[in-house]
Design a protein around this ligand. Sequence first.
Ligand code: ZN
Length: 379
Amino acid sequence: MRRRPEDNKDSDQDRDDGMGMSGLAQMELLLARSTHRLSELIMKVESRPGELTEGIAALRDLAREHAEALATLQQETAKAAAERAELREAVRQVHAMTSRRTRDLRTYISRKFRAMHYTPIQVEECPNCASIDRHRIGLLNNIVGAPAELFQCDDCALGYVSILVHPDDLARYYADGYDIVPSKEFANARAVSQRNLLFELLEPQQRSRVFEIGAGTGALLRLLSEEGAEVAGVEPRWAIEDLDVVQGEAEDIAASGDYNLVVLSHLIEHIPRPHELLAVVRQLLRPGGHLFLEVPNFESADIKAHEQSRPENAHVLFFTAAALENMLHRSGFQAVTTKWSTPSGKPPKAENIVYTDGSTDSAYHVRILARMLDKPLAV
Ligand SMILES: [Zn+2]
């Protein structure tokens, strides 16, 4: 509040009164007092011209005081503005940290709750060859983060998880925001590498009509479409209109029988009954059409360790190249080319996703191109 300075007080006494006030309040008081004093002096000078010299000296003093007060006021104002900005930034940081922790905690609790309350389904036989002969490899955390045993079939070498999650639990899990999409950069680099391999292995007329189940971001279909292929697909999480990718699962696909290439990239390892999926692929393909698959390579010690260390693992099948070839053969496909690939570099780039024909035990991914046979074997 603005205070009127009192009359008849000497200036030393005035200064003492200002002690202990904040910088800004002091300046305000000082300015108000000197303004008052200025008008007194003007009145004096007007009434007694003889005191003009004394009046001018006093005016100069006052002008200096004003200038000093103004400079201090400007410094104080700048300091206060800087402090306000610092405070705003601190508040923003605290807010970001709190909301992140709250979100993490909420996710953690909801996942722990799901891991405690889900309907487990025991797997008694190999999902590929139905053999009950198997050996235990170790434990992993299944898709809801609950422990499950990891077996490998003694007959076909397929690895599989012993406890599946009921489809209702699974739907809830995916609805809760489970995200298995790799970064867009990584998806694009992988698609370029896959496109290059498909161009190397297939003639243009063998890849002119392409269907991808689990199209992800659509990166591979887009590349093939740019080269003139007609493309379509399904993806459970979203539709991609310009690529004719509809939102849906494999069982939603209407069998068209007129595609010459079907792609399953990092998909079949999520499927508990893979031969049902491969039957859908057979219905999509023309006679003699091709299927291209890419899966994590279970012969790699790094992949094996990674699968067992993930806090929640959506994979239910674990493939060596031989196990995948065996599975394909049972569903009526003949592997024509088997390759191994390893993404490298951070972030992975197309030019350093390398693939080789040997070194099966270290490569991270297996890629197989298979041709559809006239008839599947009896599974
Ligand atoms: Zn088996």
